[in-house]
Write a protein that binds this ligand. Structure first.
Ligand code: DP6
Length: 385
């Protein structure tokens, strides 16, 4: 049996606080604006990927959460071809290296969170895929270099190549070589950032982000204002708020940017609605909480769907979760904390507010991609274990 080469890496989910929405080049996946995100802890949400290659593999194959998936999409093919090109450069310089770039790949990937949670996992998925193959190929490229490959898989994936606080700089070049993720601040700079994800139940199928953003670019006049006037200044202010650990400012900018992004969705024609009544109720709750404290201690943000992500600092956990638990206590996910120690809310609650949320995920800022000893592939057969 020919040798099977393999390597495993994990990658995190990230949730944008300044949203990427709009492409200026669809093929290279170049954005119309820069964006910022917080990387979430892999203890709660991560993708683990084992990449393997061998002379005996007959085609590139991917198994995701136990099911076979096609690698034959233009985006994935672009990622694989970029990685193989880097490997070829190494092999051309050193004759003794095995010709991994010529072999087919078998890739096995698993999420540690249920797909049913309704969380977009493509960012962690592409970041883990690229990270694992880069490790298998022993590539010397930096995380920013690899982020350019991940970007071609899915824009938001480029930010999952880093931990902590991350910016995706939109770049100016036509070939996209300067459109990459960079670290704004490492996890250690502001480790007490927490995130509470409220998974909102929803029956309707959302407009996928790829087609949604294209409709917005084409039809929304408000969108032009957003990318020209709003985001450039907000990008600088948000980076500064992170460097200075100024939570009230960071939170205000985060909420305003979520509002701005969803406003451009509503301004698209026909309009796109990602927020439902439960999402809107959570926005009101967070406003009530901040008003009652007289200071911004929590920020909501929403991606292309109804789930809420609430950012807050550890020192305010008791008050923020005190309110959220009082409203959504019947759902799964609270066992992680001692709910008896939470501060009861000072706001009068309506008993009907608790509906529409199916689960909470309590997590926090986390690290970037990591090596893993876990191997998801049977190294004798080259098939998933
Ligand atoms: C609302 O990264 O999923 O989550 O590049 O077409 O794959 P593609 O889009 P994707 O869009 C994410 C949009 C967002 C905002 C964000 O994460 O910045």
């Amino acid at each position: 049996m020919a040798k099977i080469y393999y390597a495993s890496r994990t990658a995190p989910v990230n949730i944008a606080t300044l949203k990427y929405w709009g492409k200026r080049d669809k093929d290279l996946n170049l954005p119309t604006n820069s964006s910022i995100s917080v990387t979430l802890s892999q203890k709660d949400l991560r993708t683990l990927t084992t990449a393997s290659c061998s002379e005996v593999f007959e085609k590139d194959e991917l198994w995701l959460n136990g099911q076979s998936h096609s690698l034959d999409t233009p985006r994935t093919q672009q990622c694989l071809s970029d990685l193989r090109k880097y490997r070829e450069e190494l092999e051309a310089r050193d004759e003794s290296l095995p010709k991994l770039s010529k072999m087919h790949l078998h890739i096995v990937s698993e999420n540690n969170f249920p797909t049913a949670a309704g969380l977009a996992s493509s960012a962690a998925g592409f970041a883990a895929l690229i990270s694992a193959i880069a490790k298998l190929y022993e590539l010397p490229q930096t995380a920013s270099d690899l982020s350019k490959i991940a970007r071609k898989g899915s824009g938001s994936a480029c930010r999952s190549l880093f931990g902590g606080y991350v910016a995706w700089e939109m770049g100016e070049l036509e070939n996209g070589e300067d459109s990459k993720a960079v670290e704004v601040a490492p996890l250690s700079h502001w480790p007490d950032m927490k995130a509470c994800i409220l998974v909102v139940s929803d029956d309707k199928k959302d407009v996928p982000s790829t087609s949604g953003m294209q409709l917005t670019v084409k039809t929304s006049p408000l969108f032009q204002h957003r990318i020209e006037k709003v985001v450039p200044q907000r990008f600088e202010e948000m980076k500064k708020s992170i460097v200075e650990k100024n939570f009230p400012l960071f939170a205000e900018l985060t909420m305003k940017d979520s509002n701005s992004f969803h406003a451009t969705c509503l301004d698209s024609y026909p309009p796109i609605f990602y927020l439902n009544d439960t999402s809107k109720r959570i926005i009101k709750l967070i406003n009530l909480l901040n008003d009652s404290v007289g200071e911004i201690i929590a920020a909501y943000t929403y991606d292309a769907g109804p789930n809420a992500v609430i950012y807050y600092e550890q020192k305010n956990e008791s008050r923020v979760l005190g309110l959220l638990h009082a409203v959504f206590k019947s759902v799964d996910g609270w066992q992680k904390i001692d709910v008896k120690s939470l501060t009861p809310p000072s706001i009068e609650l309506d008993p009907t507010w608790g509906s529409g949320v199916s689960r909470v995920i309590l997590t926090e800022v986390g690290a970037g991609p990591q090596d893993s000893d876990e191997v998801l592939i049977n190294v004798e057969t080259g098939l998933p274990k």
